[in-house]
Design a protein around this ligand. Structure first.
Ligand SMILES: Cc1cc2nc3c(=O)[nH]c(=O)nc-3n(C[C@H](O)[C@H](O)[C@H](O)COP(=O)(O)O)c2cc1C
Length: 209
């Protein structure tokens, strides 16, 4: 599918067909394709909870402004953004570092510089939060496009009580949840709403320097 078609086809759909499942193999493909999203230092500070259980979805719906699509969608992905994903000894950080060495992008003697730079950039509350959310949202966008490519639809959701969600799903403190993503097949009995407006080039670009 061409990019032009893919970005147009991605819509936040409000109605999912509750009888059409998302096969595990398809979900795995979507997630692994989305993981090609870029991230600072390739640290990939994202994880997912995959929610298929009707009972858990019911609890999520309560926390998320009673939005029916959460229960209708066969799968709800809970995007976890890892505020600790840059820290020394974090397993993903160490794996990424080793990979950069193996591929010749860096050298072991650069490690001290890297740890200092990472602490400077991400070592505050604001820095670590920005690091986690900024990177994870690229992954979130990639998930939506990968879903389109797989013939599915999705709906990003940030209308939820964050603290209640974290408590309900027992999510560890190092994570924040930038969004839920409902994924499934559009309910063909419904009509897709009209495309909403988007800013033009002139509205987006404040200055050409
Ligand atoms: C981070 C994020 C959070 C959103 N949260 C909600 C939500 O809680 N409920 C909802 O109905 N739509 C939500 N949306 C969907 C937007 O309303 C939608 O993307 C926007 O209106 C544009 O429509 P489109 O995605 O169909 O192009 C969210 C979108 C994003 C990107």
């Amino acid at each position: 599918m061409e990019f032009k078609e893919m970005v147009r086809k991605r819509r936040s759909v409000n109605f999912f067909d509750p009888d059409k499942a998302v096969e595990q193999a398809v979900l795995e493909r979507i997630i692994e394709e989305a993981s090609l999203a870029p991230s600072g230092f390739n640290l990939q500070p994202w994880n997912l909870l995959v929610v298929r259980s009707p009972e858990v979805k019911k609890r999520l719906r309560k926390i998320a402004w009673d939005q029916p699509k959460i229960e209708q969608a066969p799968v709800v992905l809970v995007l976890l953004a890892d505020k600790d994903g840059w820290k020394p000894d974090h397993p993903v950080m160490e794996k990424s570092w080793q990979n950069q060495i193996d591929l010749g992008y860096t050298r072991p003697e650069m490690r001290e510089w890297f740890d200092r730079a990472a602490r400077q950039l991400f070592g505050s509350d604001k820095g670590s939060l920005t690091f986690a959310v900024r990177n994870s949202c690229f992954f979130g966008m990639a998930l939506m496009l990968a879903a389109v490519d797989a013939g599915l639809h999705s709906h990003p959701i940030s209308g939820f009580d964050h603290d209640a969600l974290v408590a309900e799903l027992d999510i560890p403190d190092n994570f924040v949840v930038p969004m839920l993503l409902a994924v499934g097949h559009f309910d063909q009995k419904q009509t897709l709403g009209p495309e909403k407006w988007r800013k033009s080039y002139r509205e987006i670009v404040r200055q050409e320097l």
